[in-house]
Design a protein around this ligand. Sequence first.
Ligand SMILES: O=C(O)C(=O)C[C@H](O)[C@H](O)COP(=O)(O)O
Length: 215
Amino acid sequence: MITPAASSLEAEKICRLAPVVPVLVIDDVAHAAPLAEALVRGGLPALEVTLRTPCALEAIAEMAKVEGGVVGAGTLLTPEDVAAAVDAGARFGVSPGATDRLLDACEEAGLPLLPGAATASEAMALLERGYTVQKFFPAEASGGAPALKAIGAPLPQISFCPTGGVSMKNVNDYLSLSNVLCCGGSWVAPKDKMLSGDWASIEALAAEAAKLSRG
Ligand SMILES: O=C(O)C(=O)C[C@H](O)[C@H](O)COP(=O)(O)O
């Protein structure tokens, strides 16, 4: 069991590890370990593996063995996803939105969760339950940094990890907001670089992201 407050406290710690949490879509389990090693070497220890590919759970299990990494499961939609993520060794979960079934499952399984919200009402519903750290998703499509800044005015007690459409072009717009802990994004692990095994370039992208300043 984990309470929503304790869950958010853990999520906050994970979000504070680095300015960016890589959002990873892994098609080949052989990429998991070298990818995690490159990202951790570059300075991004918190890693989100989306449960969107057949090998995602196996990839989590491989990445969980990489020293210095903190691996979580993204795209959690159902209680079954939560159970599978925990079994694979995920240390946290991320979801695009939030349902009572999903929140119940994460709390019962003791899995810290970064639950998604895109509107003031969604953020308020999560806050009412005790979740003070949330993922703002889909960030750019929901109005981007100006929208998140506006949500923060009446709801300063909620901190966010904006994700969805974030890149080096706009990441500073988010990181400069007082209600942003870190950003999530897939740009640090481009598909072509994974396919060609260009881990040095991925490490360089991670290092560039790790240098970003917050607040
Ligand atoms: O799978 C999930 O749990 C999601 O919520 C979606 C991801 O966070 C975004 O797809 C990342 O967006 P990009 O950085 O724009 O590629």
